[in-house]
Design a protein around this ligand. Structure first.
Ligand code: ISL
Ligand code: CA
Length: 555
């Protein structure tokens, strides 16, 4: 694999609305991020992805863009962004923006013009169909519930397509004029000095044929992903995007790609792939069910392990994947991948070491480095996220009680990741001096940055050690490029693998449960590089681990 500047880096996702509020309006902002760059630098975060900060009605929290060329005043100004780019670059950090181009906002001027004249130029920027009978259009269900077809505002006989919320009309990538406008915008940002993009929901830009499929719920509709199975030819668009925008700027890009066919991975992230990298969502999608959140399965430690192994195998040798345990769309990794009730600094550090040292680019989502957890809810009224609100309704319609439906939101809801970053034990977790747009997790009195900075054994300090270990020139070739092989894959609740390069081998081995266990070893431990608890007990052919202990050792 050709070596790239970013392979050895650590990436960090910021959800600006919830990171740090500099002016007391309860909303995190760009000056807030600038004021925390030193913190991120000290942590070891090099590549920083900002979730959308463009002008937006925030129906989907910024993933509904009304102006691609302007910063939403709630997040700051273009000067603030220029300053952020500058300050990050001074510190040797990179800023990447969220590129949301499957859809825009219904408040974007293109859509407004399309409403004024559906048969005109901008009508062709969207998927607009003339009919009096929306049922005659295809029966796809949007990701956030209901039909993908919505009446075009101001008309009785036109409908437009939205795979996501009705405030997110899909852009028509089949239209070369529309694509030109997108490329111009992407190049404008890259010329401005940002270092790249994360590509939102990108697989959706190529639609399958507009046909009906057998319904998968009583609503007569079928999941939006069904048509993706029949969509062909996305490469034409993505290759163009790479050649016209990313490649000439040497931009770093990471795709949010779901529903990819295995034989397409190389087109996406292989040599001259469309993107630099893409997220491995194998563990993320495990246990999901098209019928709704009420059918989702919990992820056991063995499930999690097999997902990680599967992802590593699938992407290995093809390209450099991006690894994560959470993002702004997911519950907190420690709440999801550690069995309920077992969340502790020890188990959180174990999970951190396990995913962080696999092959690929490690991503940290804001607050993950503190061990932030899911939130308990009292009522659905506390919930902001549109997808949670839809999932709640679906579960109730399926016969679930309000309490049980709410419990599903606690487990799977996107707000879990969106509560304010927990800076300290003061009011509102130190996030704002005003009223936070979303209440902080009440556990901020214990889990917060200033407490963890003061505690050498904290989850935060363990993350710092992990980041330093992966960057340590003595081991970085092994961690960044070394082969990955599962170790003892069939041993229940043992999660272990080796990384090896140039005749050297590092073992990462964890006891993913409470009881102490002894596991066989491949060779003698030459040097322990890291552990999360107590001492390391090993002899020439075995190692004994405490509950949730992880050991990283050269063998
Ligand atoms: O396709 C999916 C599952 O197979 C969906 O999970 C989908 O890809 C995902 O919801 C996309 O998420 C991104 O785009 C959304 C936005 O709400 C999310 O926050 C964003 O990460 C629409 O822009
Ligand atoms: Ca603010």
């Amino acid at each position: 694999m050709e070596k790239k500047w970013w392979h050895g880096k650590t990436a960090y996702q910021i959800y600006p609305k919830s990171f740090y509020d500099s002016n007391g309006d309860g909303i995190g902002d760009l000056p807030g991020i600038i004021s925390k760059l030193d913190y991120l630098k000290e942590l070891g975060a090099d590549i920083i992805w900002l979730s959308p900060i463009y002008v937006s009605p925030l129906a989907d929290e910024g993933y509904d863009i009304a102006d691609y060329y302007a910063i939403d005043p709630r997040f700051g100004t273009m000067d603030d962004l220029d300053r952020l780019i500058d300050e990050a670059h001074k510190r040797g950090q990179y800023i990447i923006m969220d590129l949301v181009v499957n859809h825009c906002s219904d408040e974007h001027e293109w859509f407004k013009k399309a409403c004024d004249d559906p048969e005109g130029k901008y009508g062709k920027y969207f998927f607009i169909e003339k009919t009096n009978d929306p049922k005659s259009l295809c029966n796809w269900r949007s990701y956030f519930g209901g039909s993908v077809w919505e009446k075009l505002p101001g008309h009785d006989d036109y409908y437009y397509l939205h795979l996501f919320h009705k405030k997110q009309p899909d852009l028509n990538w089949e239209n070369p004029e529309m694509r030109e406008d997108i490329y111009r915008m992407v190049n404008w940002w890259l010329d401005k000095g940002i270092d790249g993009f994360r590509l939102d929901a990108i697989i959706n830009i190529k639609k399958g044929p507009f046909v009906n499929y057998p319904p998968d719920r009583d609503d007569g509709l079928v999941r939006a992903t069904r048509q993706l199975e029949d969509a062909r030819g996305i490469g034409e668009f993505l290759g163009e995007l790479r050649d016209r925008c990313f490649a000439p700027h040497k931009a770093f890009t990471v795709g949010e790609v779901f529903n990819l066919r295995d034989d397409e991975i190389k087109d996406f992230i292989g040599g001259n792939g469309y993107f630099s990298s893409m997220f491995d969502f194998t563990p993320t999608i495990f246990g999901q069910d098209d019928r709704g959140w009420q059918y989702f399965k919990d992820v056991t430690p063995d499930d999690y392990k097999h997902c990680v192994f599967k992802g590593q195998k699938e992407y290995d040798d093809i390209g450099f994947v991006s690894n994560l345990i959470e993002n702004h769309d997911e519950p907190r990794g420690v709440s999801r991948y550690i069995p309920e009730g077992d969340q502790s600094p020890t188990s959180k550090k174990m999970l951190a070491a396990l995913y962080f040292l696999t092959k690929g680019l490690p991503w940290i989502y804001q607050g993950q480095e503190l061990g932030m957890e899911n939130v308990k809810l009292k009522s659905i009224d506390q919930v902001d996220d549109i997808s949670s609100i839809d999932a709640y309704k679906v579960a109730i319609a399926d016969g679930f009680s309000e309490a049980d439906a709410l419990h599903l939101i606690e487990k799977h809801g996107r707000d879990n990741a969106r509560t304010p970053f927990q800076w300290n034990a003061e009011a509102n977790a130190g996030f704002t001096t005003g009223k936070p747009w979303l209440a902080p997790n009440p556990n901020y009195t214990e889990i917060n940055l200033s407490a963890e900075e003061a505690d050498t054994d904290s989850v935060l300090n363990f993350y710092k050690k992990l980041i330093q270990l992966r960057k340590n020139p003595e081991y970085s070739e092994i961690f960044v490029y070394g082969d990955f092989s599962p170790y003892l894959p069939d041993v229940h609740n043992c999660f272990a693998y080796t990384r090896s390069n140039g005749g050297r081998t590092i073992l990462v081995i964890a006891n993913y449960q409470n009881e102490k266990k002894t596991y066989p070893l491949l060779g003698t431990v030459k040097k322990v590089l890291l552990t999360n608890t107590g001492a390391v007990n090993s002899d020439s052919d075995s190692i004994t681990l405490d509950g949730y202990q992880v050991v990283v050792a050269e063998i």
